[in-house]
Design a protein around this ligand. Structure first.
Ligand code: ADP
Ligand code: ZN
Length: 617
């Protein structure tokens, strides 16, 4: 078998393996099955690309990569071509003629990596192709990317993935590996069962993304908060803003454009051509903000996304972690920022309650939502909680909002008791439930029209909490819902209802500790300055280095345009920054730079030396 380290260095230009890559690659190259859990940016692609090269060279044939990401296959294959690897894809974007050509190359053994969508795997035509290869012993490996899609418990269930059982049934002797960045214990177990990977070796990496700073802020005026966040920390950076609805995506994209940012919308309601154009712009140009629903992002491997913002709360921690994980794949500092408010809680509860799913399923989903709510309300380290959710223990990270600016806490026990007993009295008095706004008005002693209409100022709880602000009470309501001590009835106008768990709070047996609301902390400046987010490699360059870096980037942009590929596929920023610092004068100098493999050296070496020489007098 060819040496994996030699392949890493000569083909991809990287000096050493990262973390568990070597163990995984050795295992799979030798023909073992594997389940790989590695965070986004951890380097999963090489875990099947290097075995693909090694197995092909050893005469075992092609590696078939199953990926749901048709829109990205072109770039993935393009990146491999740049590195001199024979790769191709088969999907619905190809014409019949193009597909035929790929099939011919496949049968001639000219392809090392073939990317295909799961729905293609089960077509008779494709199966016939695989059968033919199999008969010749030329099916080397199946790599199932985004493998969590096979599980309905995951956040991105794709029914087409279920058909992948055909792989182990029909080609039992061909090694299989499944890869994913996000799967909690339940999803993981389901994945193993669905893909029949009980015998596979499991490689579970730490899920930590230490370069991402997590912050969750209380929602007040979300749009203004978002604008302030971007202006303060990410004025010219690429980022993704997630919103819940298509309508909101459109509005926010417009607002950001109005504020002078380059923002584009992305959601499933847009024309396919528009979606593709916007995605291409985001991938190919610098400093674009993508405002999107969760329809956007899976498989987006743009390394320099500097922030991911959530204007609305996602469904669960897996979704949140997957989406925020799209920031900072290059390992440089990045921000994950979310605004979250009572309405988010109510909306998510309602979506679960109103979904047509069975009660068992809803119960699981409620549990997952509660875990996310607890994260949002937490006053201790966000990362400890996030990793804890994936069964990983850790120490406070010193790189999240709560670690950097420990929130002041206040004792909301009394306010919580007042709210709960008010809900009880109102129900008793009027025989119906009411929403959070009205309940808070009663507790604070506000004589609104509605209060008068229902005679609620006569209640003993009217005005008992006059000393609390509305913001404080909102925080208490949210926390009570998050901990299950209060329920929102989505079937009855989002009215608040007591639960079995309300009793301990009512009796004062369970203290309620809350983060001091934004009122108290609004003035406090974030500690991340713009400087902290600049790439260290680029920031460390001297004046000439900066000029050289800029020249290299301009050169790269031109090459990328010519090759119809995103710039980072040609070279990463970090690679260009290293060149700018080194000021190479010979091909041998260049060869030592991380990210410069043999093919790229051959294709671009001379030009790079010319560009690097420019700024020097
Ligand atoms: P994932 O699929 O796990 O999210 P990728 O495979 O896209 O991650 O890898 C993330 C980035 O890290 C890529 O730009 C890749 O080129 C780079 N990378 C992966 N492995 C190594 C390595 N051993 N040395 C240097 N860079 C690496
Ligand atoms: Zn922390």
């Amino acid at each position: 078998m060819p040496d994996p380290l030699f392949l890493l260095q000569s083909v991809f230009g990287y000096p050493a393996f990262r973390g568990p890559q070597e163990a995984i690659i050795d295992h799979v190259t030798a023909g073992g099955d594997a389940l790989v859990l590695m965070p986004t940016g951890g380097g999963k692609s090489l875990c099947y690309q290097i075995p693909a090269l090694a197995r092909q060279q050893a005469g075992h044939g092609v590696t078939v990569v199953i990926s749901p990401l048709i829109a990205l296959m072109h770039d993935q294959v393009g990146a491999l071509h740049e590195a001199g690897v024979a790769a191709a894809f088969l999907n619905s974007t190809l014409s019949g003629e193009e597909a035929n050509a790929v099939e011919k190359r496949l049968q001639r053994g000219e392809i090392t990596l073939l990317y295909a969508a799961p729905e293609r795997i089960t077509t008779p035509r494709f199966l016939a192709q695989l059968d033919a290869l199999h008969a010749l012993g030329q099916l080397g490996l199946f790599a199932i990317d985004e493998a969590h899609c096979v599980s309905q418990w995951g956040h991105d269930f794709r029914p087409e993935y279920r058909a992948l059982t055909v792989l182990h049934e029909r080609y039992a002797s061909v090694p299989r590996m499944a890869l994913t960045a996000t799967a909690d214990a339940l999803t993981r177990a389901d994945m193993v069962e669905r893909l029949q990977l009980q015998g596979a070796q499991q490689f579970v990496s730490s899920f930590d993304r230490p370069n991402i700073r997590y912050a969750i802020v209380e929602k007040q005026n979300a749009t203004t908060q978002l604008l302030r966040f971007i202006e303060r920390e990410h004025a010219s950076d690429a980022g993704i803003v997630y919103c819940q609805s298509r309508k909101r995506v459109e509005e926010i994209a417009q607002t950001l454009c109005g504020a002078g940012l380059r923002a584009l919308p992305y959601h499933a309601g847009l024309d396919v051509a528009v979606r593709r154009a916007n995605q291409d712009t985001f991938l190919r140009e610098d400093g674009v903000v993508m405002v999107a629903t969760i329809a956007f992002g899976m498989g987006i491997d743009k390394p320099d996304v500097r922030f991911v913002a959530h204007l609305d709360m996602p469904k669960n921690i897996e979704g949140y972690y997957q989406e925020t994980g799209r920031a900072g794949r290059d390992g440089e500092p990045a921000n994950a920022w979310m605004t979250y408010g009572l309405q988010d809680v109510v909306n998510q509860r309602r979506m679960i309650d109103e979904s047509p799913a069975g009660e068992d399923f809803k119960q699981v989903m409620r549990g997952k939502l509660e875990a996310l709510l607890a994260l949002a309300e937490a006053s201790d380290c966000r990362r400890v909680r996030l990793l804890g959710y994936f069964d990983e223990s850790s120490a406070p990270c010193l790189n999240c909002d709560n670690c950097c600016n420990p929130p002041a806490l206040w004792d909301g026990t009394e306010a919580a008791r007042q709210l709960l007993s008010c809900i009880y009295r109102v129900q008793q008095h009027s025989g119906i439930g009411f929403g959070a706004g009205h309940i808070m008005d009663i507790v604070r002693g506000k004589k609104t029209e509605k209060v008068t209409q229902f005679g609620h100022e006569a209640l003993s709880t009217f005005g008992v909490g006059a000393q609390f602000t509305e913001l404080q009470l909102r925080g208490v309501v949210r926390q009570l819902i998050a901990t299950g001590a209060l329920a929102v009835n989505a079937q009855a106008f989002n009215t608040l209802e007591l639960t079995a768990a309300s009793r301990t709070v009512l009796k004062g047996e369970q203290p309620v500790r809350l983060r001091q609301g934004a009122e108290a902390t609004a003035g406090s400046k974030s500690r991340t300055g713009k400087a902290a987010l600049q790439s260290p490699a680029a920031a460390a360059l001297d004046r000439t280095g900066q000029v050289r870096f800029a020249a290299l980037k301009a050169w790269r942009a031109e090459v990328a345009r010519e090759h119809k590929l995103p710039a980072y596929v040609i070279f990463h920023d970090a690679t260009l920054a290293a060149m700018a610092a080194l000021a190479p004068t010979t091909l041998a100098d260049l060869q030592g730079v991380s990210g410069v493999g043999a093919k790229k050296l051959e294709a671009y070496g001379a030009e790079l030396l010319r560009v690097c020489a420019l700024p020097n007098p």
